[in-house]
Design a protein around this ligand. Sequence first.
Ligand SMILES: [Zn+2]
Length: 492
Amino acid sequence: MEQRKKAVIYARVSSEEQKKEGFSIEAQLDLLHDYASKNHIDIVEEFTEAETAKQTGRHKFAEMLKFLKKSKDVNIILVEKTDRLYRNFRDYVDVDDSKFEIHLVKENEIITPDSPSHAKLVHGLKVLLAKNFIDNLREETQKGRLKKASNGLFIGQVPYGYKKLNKNTTVIDEEKAPFVRRAFELYAEYLSLEKVRWQLKDEGYIYQPSNPIVSKGQLGKMLKNINYTGALMFRDKIYMGQHEPIISDELFEKAQKSAKKDNKPLYRENHDFALAGMMTCAKCGCAITAEIKKGRYIYYHCTGGKGKCEQKKIYINEEQLLPQFDEAVKAVSLAQKHIEYIKQGLKESLKDKQEFTEEFRKKLQAEYKKIELRLERLLVFYCDGEISAEIYQEKSQRWNHDLEEINIKLEALRVASKKYYDEGVKIIETLKYAYSLYLQQPPAEKRKMLNYLLSNCTLEGRKVSYNYNLPFSYFVNFDSCNEKYPGCDSNA
Ligand SMILES: [Zn+2]
């Protein structure tokens, strides 16, 4: 006899809904029990939550996650519809949907770890965007704290492009700064260090009158210097500098991405190989390198650095490899027929995100006001002679620090929001135009796109295997499979 499935139930009404007609826990429970009995599912536990305006935390929700984590044979959650389970953005991160099977009873959808469906596609996109957002928020907050940590002054010599007016004041050297700016711009376009040097000279940028062309060493050092963004690097930590930036954070990041190409072993700077540094050997794990034979044919082979490797002897013409990658990009473009679902996912996620940031911002602002009031009262106490100067100092310092911390979080929220929008646009653009763009691009751009879409590219014999990065794996999986064949792999 088939073993009956076991599930938990989660039902929730918000404080707003309780005022309206037709929303009740009972109605949800009736629906879910009915569904369970029709589908031969045993309910082992019920978790219900009626929120009040005062009480915002979801205790039963947390309890349920704990319960599921502990139990070995229950991994199904029955819930009326999506918004019952995911009240806010954060919850997507908490519910590890790679482990649970979620039945959205009213929406008539089952989200399982391995069955591709439109619901899973939309859902997966939302989970991914929420995760990215929370990660960015954490990262930006950390950055903001570090920046405040120092007084932001250069110690010793200032970098090329700046000059010191006095001990505490560093300003941009307007004669030298354009050189720095242009160098970053050129490097960010994936030119090699060597090419950047000569391009600068050709465009009339002079490094120093006595030394007009910058050396490769000096240039390399310059292009790694984060201080040009207005930050101040001190003992591996980044602080907020007091000097003006010469370049933007974005440009710096682009240049750093581009710098990776220079550190790839055996990468030939004078040749632009489309697949350089992209693949590893399936047999031994070493990098696959490229070289030119007979003056014009590009061949790839295993570097075999870890000893003998049978793959090392196999030289594969680029012409044989590129079509395999073309196919990979084409599959992503084909996924655009699901663009309506993807847009729906983005929109729903955006709504969740807005609610989350709104709530978070309000909380921070309320906290800020509270502390400000406290500071005002403290000053009154001090003026009335009710507290000592010492106590005044100590308390005001602590509360001012709290205010700064809130400002850091608000700023992080702003930056993370911007990144979030950019990510959404990038996903849509990629799906729409990836293939046609890809075909027209020079090798370096092709490689950039491949790196955005794929990871773990390996070469075995003459065959390339790869995984799609999220969220593209959802779309491509969905396209190449259908609901009848769950668990289909992208490498198949
Ligand atoms: Zn090998």
